[in-house]
Design a protein around this ligand. Structure first.
Ligand code: ZN
Length: 327
């Protein structure tokens, strides 16, 4: 077997497991010995930029095993990512560079240069012997969600967003940004009603309408439900076709709007396997993140999405069951 075929097989298997993501409209695997037929943009400035990048990339990476690319396009804005994969010690080492290309303004920005290792199931590299914590954000998307995403991306921290169906329209690009940033998107129902007071049919509609919208925008159905107010009863559990995720650290950010208070509530209460409740719609929450992330990192925590938290803790999530932490 040619040496470069093994990662191709592994990555193909991994993509089968992981990737039913509709927005990845092109994925091509080529070895470094082949020319990369990357998407041309029919724009001299942008095509030259990418050609030069690839020439440098190939010159500097003689030991390439595999290169491929993804791109994602929306309204003449492209995210284009090139990857190099190397298999080592049962893990995939990947090196990627991403570009944000705005065809409207004729601008191309190199936005990332990361080297990472990842697990086949989660697509991430997490040391599961370390303490784990899942940050969760409810009630978005709104304009402030962007700020939260930028901070999470700055620190390469994945998180889970429980979105409201009623807030998706007009904010589709925020869900797309979540997806591109590797965030998990969960269902927080449509209208934020106190569901315990409603009929099974109404509860089901609140949940399904939201899942349908998330699927429409991201190509992926949410796998987690957080009922509004975190309230649940037998009726909700029987209707939910997803595990019900609550929390065990409540920042009360909606009450305090004070980044110091939010930070100290997390730092003082957090334990391994915890799920932290925040709201992405407040600017104090965004400010608090700038201290929460470095402090928890210093305390030895790794950040994971909710699904990954339970995966790493060896817990299988079951539909209709309620989970507030994983330990
Ligand atoms: Zn809520």
């Amino acid at each position: 077997m040619r040496y470069y075929l093994l990662p191709i097989i592994i990555i193909s298997l991994m993509l089968l497991v992981l990737d039913n993501e509709k927005s990845v409209i092109n994925k091509e695997m080529v070895s470094s010995t082949k020319e990369i037929s990357y998407p041309f943009f029919d724009n001299a400035k942008i095509d030259n930029y990418i050609t030069n990048y690839l020439d440098d990339y190939k010159d500097n990476e003689k030991d390439n095993i595999l290169i491929d690319y993804d791109y994602y396009d929306k309204d003449n804005m492209y995210y284009l990512t090139f990857y190099k994969y190397i298999l080592e010690n049962g893990k995939v080492n990947s090196n990627s560079d991403s570009f944000f290309i705005n065809m409207n303004d004729n601008i191309v920005n190199k936005i990332d240069n990361t080297v990472y290792e990842f697990d086949f199931v989660t697509g991430r590299n997490v040391d599961s012997d370390k303490k784990l914590v899942a940050l969760t954000f409810d009630d978005g998307p709104n304009y402030n969600t962007n700020k939260i995403l930028d901070i999470l991306n700055k620190y390469h921290v994945p998180a889970t967003f429980f979105v409201l169906g009623s807030r998706i329209k007009g904010n589709e690009y925020i869900l797309e940004k979540m997806k591109i940033s590797g965030m998990e998107i969960g269902n927080h129902t449509y209208n934020h009603l106190l569901l315990t007071k409603y009929s099974k049919d109404k509860i089901k509609k609140e949940i399904d309408d939201t899942s349908d919208l998330i699927f429409e925008v991201t190509g992926k159905r949410p796998r987690l439900l957080r009922p509004s107010y975190g309230s649940f009863n037998k009726k909700i559990k029987s209707v939910s076709e997803m595990p019900i995720i609550i929390w065990d650290v409540d920042t009360l950010d909606w009450k305090y709007h004070n980044s110091k208070k939010i930070t100290s509530r997390v730092v003082n209460k957090v334990r391994d396997g915890d799920i932290v409740l925040m709201h992405d719609i407040y600017s104090a929450t965004a400010n608090a993140l700038n201290s929460i992330i470095p402090i928890l990192t210093d305390m030895g925590y790794s950040f994971v999405t909710v699904s990954d938290l339970f995966y790493y803790k060896g817990i299988t999530l079951e539909e209709g069951k309620v989970y507030g932490y994983a330990n």
